[in-house]
Design a protein around this ligand. Structure first.
Ligand code: NAD
Length: 406
C-alpha cells in the first residue's frame, strides 16, 4: 500500500507534507471483544476499526471476520478505501475493520453476540456522519442488521444511515446485490471500446462463481460475450461456444461447485488462464495472477473484480506483454458506489427505484473509468498507477482546501 502511495506521490508531485500525512492512518482502535460461548465459557477476541483519512467525507469501509486479520492489514485495507472512494469520486474517506476469529466455527448465536459486542466497542468511531461500515469477507446483510440494531439501541435513534449492505426491510437499497458485478461489466465494456475490440462474440474466462463472479457470468453472457470457462474452489468447466449461465447456476445450486457441469468439459482450474480469450476476470482470491500466470495468460484484458488479484511481481510482466489491467480500486467499486446510494437513501428517508440506482451506478462507473483512462494517457503509465495518482490528487486537493488544524 505504501509503495503504491509513494509511487502516486512521485507521479503527481503532490505536496510532501500531504504525502507524509497520508502515510499514517488517522486513527486505529484495537478492542477486546469478550463473547459468552454456547458452552458457557467466555472467549476474548481482538477487533479493530481503522480510519485512514476522512477529509473528503465520513469514513467508509467493510468489516471482515477472519482468523488471520491483524492491525497492519486492516490499516492497509482502510487506506485502499480512501483511494477507491476518491477514484469513484464519492464523498467518503476510507476505513476498514474486523475481528480476528473463525466465523465458520461459531454458532449463529455466538456470531451475533460477537458482532454486537464488537459494535459496542467500536461505537465511538461509528455514525452516519463519522464512519459507515459495510459487509466484507465473511460478513453479510445479517451481520449489518445486527450492527445497525446495536448502534440504534445504544443511541436511542433509528440509524439506518449508520451502515450499508443492510436487508431491504430495514433500509437497504435495491440493486445492491449485483452492483459490483455490474461495475465490472461496465469497466470491461468501456475498455473494449478504448481498445477497439468488439464486445459481442468475444471470449471471457472468469475465476470465481460467488457473489461477484456468479452475477457477472450472467451479465457478460447477456451482453453478448461467450464465457468460455469458469472456475471455483471445486474445479473448472470449459466450452468453446460459451457456457449457459442459467444451467451452470442451477448446477452450482445443486452440487455447490461448477465442477462436473455437463454443459462443458472439465479442465484444471489453473488452466483457465492459458485459454486464448479477450477478457479474464479474477473474481475469487487475492494473488491469483502471479508472475507465472502472467507469463502464460491468454487474455488481452484483465478486469480485477477481486481485491488484489494481481501480485506486484505480475504487474510488470503483464505490462511488458501489453495486457491491459483495469485495477481493483476502479473495477470493483460498483459495490461501494451502491453503498453510497444506500447511505444517501437512508438519510433521505426515500427509497429509489431500481432504474435510478442502475442509471446512477452507470454514470459513476463511466466517469471514473474515463478519468482513470485519461490520467493513464496523460502520465503514460498503467491504469493501476494512474488510478492511485488520480485518487491521491483528489484527496490532496481536499486536504489543501480544508487546511491543517489548529
Ligand atoms: P464469494 O465468497 O461469494 O465467492 C468467491 C468465489 O471464489 C467462490 O466461487 C469460490 O469457490 C471461489 N474460489 C475460492 N477459492 C478459489 C480458488 N482457489 N480457485 C478458484 N476459485 C476459488 O466472494 P465474493 O463476494 O464473490 O468476492 C470475490 C472477490 O471480490 C473478493 O476478492 C472480494 O474481496 C472482491 N469484492 C467483492 C465485492 C462484493 O460486492 N461481494 C465487492 C468488492 C470486491
Amino acid at each position: 500500500m505504501l509503495e503504491r502511495l509513494d509511487d502516486a506521490a512521485k507521479l503527481t508531485g503532490v505536496d510532501p507534507d500531504i504525502h507524509r500525512l497520508l502515510r499514517t492512518p488517522e486513527r486505529i482502535l484495537e478492542v477486546a471483544v469478550p463473547v459468552r460461548m454456547d458452552d458457557g465459557r467466555v472467549e476474548v477476541f481482538t477487533g479493530w476499526r481503522v480510519h485512514h483519512d476522512t477529509t473528503r467525507g465520513p469514513a467508509k469501509g467493510g468489516i471482515r471476520f477472519h482468523p488471520d486479520l491483524d492491525a497492519r492489514e486492516v490499516a492497509a485495507l482502510a487506506a485502499n478505501m480512501t483511494f477507491k472512494t476518491a477514484v469513484a469520486n464519492l464523498p467518503f474517506g476510507g476505513s476498514k475493520g474486523g475481528v480476528r476469529c473463525e466465523p465458520d466455527q461459531l454458532s449463529s448465536g455466538e456470531l451475533e453476540r460477537l458482532t454486537r459486542r464488537y459494535t459496542l466497542e467500536i461505537s465511538p468511531l461509528l455514525g452516519p456522519e463519522r464512519d459507515i461500515p459495510a459487509p466484507d469477507v465473511n460478513t453479510d446483510g445479517r451481520v449489518m442488521a445486527w450492527l445497525m440494531d446495536t448502534l440504534s439501541t445504544l443511541r436511542g435513534d433509528f440509524m439506518p444511515g449508520s451502515v450499508t449492505g443492510k436487508p431491504l426491510s430495514i433500509g437497504g437499497t435495491r440493486g445492491h446485490a449485483g452492483a459490483t458485478a455490474t461495475g465490472v461489466l461496465l469497466c470491461a465494456r468501456a475498455a473494449f471500446v478504448e481498445l477497439d475490440l468488439p464486445f459481442v462474440g468475444s471470449r471471457a474466462v472468469v475465476q470465481g462463481f460467488g457473489k461477484v463472479g456468479g452475477p457477472l457470468v450472467f451479465l457478460l453472457s447477456s451482453a453478448g460475450m461467450r464465457v468460455v470457462a469458469v472456475s471455483d474452489i471445486g474445479g473448472a468447466v470449459y466450452s468453446a461456444g460459451g457456457l449457459d449461465p442459467s444451467a451452470l447456476s442451477d448446477h452450482v445450486a445443486q452440487v455447490g461447485t461448477v465442477a462436473g457441469f455437463e454443459g462443458g468439459d472439465r479442465i484444471d482450474a489453473d488452466d483457465i488462464w492459458d485459454l486464448e480469450c479477450e477478457l479474464a476476470v479474477p473474481a475469487a482470491l487475492d494473488g491469483a495472477i502471479d508472475d507465472h500466470v502472467a507469463q502464460r495468460l491468454g487474455a488481452r484484458l484483465v478486469v480485477e473484480a477481486a481485491n488484489g488479484p494481481t501480485t506486484p511481481e505480475a504487474d510488470p510482466v503483464l505490462d511488458r506483454r501489453d495486457i491491459v489491467v483495469v485495477p481493483d480500486i476502479l473495477a470493483n467499486s460498483g459495490g461501494v458506489t451502491a453503498s453510497y446510494f444506500e447511505w444517501a437513501q437512508s438519510r433521505q428517508g426515500y427509497a429509489w427505484e431500481e432504474e435510478l440506482v442502475a442509471s446512477r451506478l452507470r454514470k459513476v462507473m463511466d466517469e471514473a473509468f474515463m478519468a482513470v483512462w485519461a490520467k493513464a494517457d496523460a502520465l503514460g503509465v498503467s491504469l493501476r498507477r494512474a488510478a492511485f495518482a488520480l485518487g491521491l490528487e483528489r484527496v490532496a486537493e481536499a486536504i489543501a482546501a480544508r487546511g491543517l488544524f489548529p
